[in-house]
Write a protein that binds this ligand. Structure first.
Ligand code: 0L1
Ligand code: MG
Length: 254
């Protein structure tokens, strides 16, 4: 019988020590529910160390990425306070294995979400929208994984930073987004690459949270998904995410 706790410990240690491990799928045949169980146990180890859950993230939020991975739904992971960095702060690269950055949109939840929400009422449940950088860092060697591997690995969640919160009536449909490293635009995209409408991501985050007993409450952050492919980070770089009308947010890799 598969020992989920042992697998969770392996992934948690890999993240904590920044040392990559072989894909779980090379030695275990987990299904997706089992992979989420491993994620849950792995994150519980962080909670025991004192970290607090501050929100959720969605991954595979572009049609192209879902098709590439052969899935029909997005994946989700938990964000903790230890993963959050102040805007313009230093990101110590030694704490990560092979970090990559992607420009995202973040939502701040305004009230407990106890029932499914939809595009018509989504604004009732947020009080801020911001540009964000998500730093993903697979705990697997060579950043290679199966769907079940990446779910067990908390969807590669590693770090994030959020720009200044903007009013909820700020337009985020069809806006230009970019990742700029040391003054050079290395990725450019559009917010509608996120599920065709970034608000869809929030609706789906609420659905997945409810399905999985992760109650979203006031102050929680939702990272909606990437507007462009992720880019590897190197020491010394300054990475900036820019979103038209939302402003920018940055990290200095040290
Ligand atoms: O979109 C994401 O945050 C990535 C989800 C996990 C897949 C990956 O690590 O590329
Ligand atoms: Mg992401």
């Amino acid at each position: 019988m598969t020992n989920y706790s042992r697998l969770a410990e392996t992934l948690d240690n890999a993240a904590h020590q920044a040392i990559p491990v072989p894909q779980l799928s090379l030695s275990h045949s987990l299904n997706i529910e089992e992979a989420y169980a491993v994620q849950s146990i792995s994150i519980a180890r962080r909670y025991i160390r004192g970290e607090q859950r501050v929100g959720l993230k969605l991954g595979f939020t572009s049609k192209a990425k879902m098709e590439q991975m052969g899935v029909h739904d997005m994946i989700w992971g938990r964000l903790t306070d230890q993963m959050q960095y102040e805007n313009e702060s230093k990101l110590p690269i030694k704490n990560f294995i092979h970090p990559r950055a992607e420009p995202e949109i973040a939502f701040r939840v305004s009230q407990t979400i106890t029932q499914p929400i939809d595009l018509d009422n989504v604004l009732q449940y947020i009080d801020g929208i911001a540009v964000a950088i998500e730093v993903i860092d697979s705990r697997y060697k060579n950043f290679k994984f199966s769907l079940e591997d990446v779910v067990a690995d908390n969807c590669s969640s590693a770090a994030f930073t959020i720009g200044e919160w903007q009013p909820i009536d700020t337009n985020i449909r069809g806006i230009a987004m970019a990742l700029v490293i040391d003054g050079v635009t290395v990725q450019a995209g559009n917010s509608d690459a996120i599920l065709g409408n970034p608000f869809e991501s929030l609706v789906n985050a609420a659905r997945l949270a409810l399905q999985n007993g992760e109650i979203l409450k006031a102050g929680d952050v939702i990272l909606a998904g990437a507007a462009t492919p992720a880019v590897y980070l190197k020491e010394g770089q300054t990475v900036v995410a820019v979103a038209e009308g939302l402003g920018e947010v940055s990290l200095k890799v040290c």
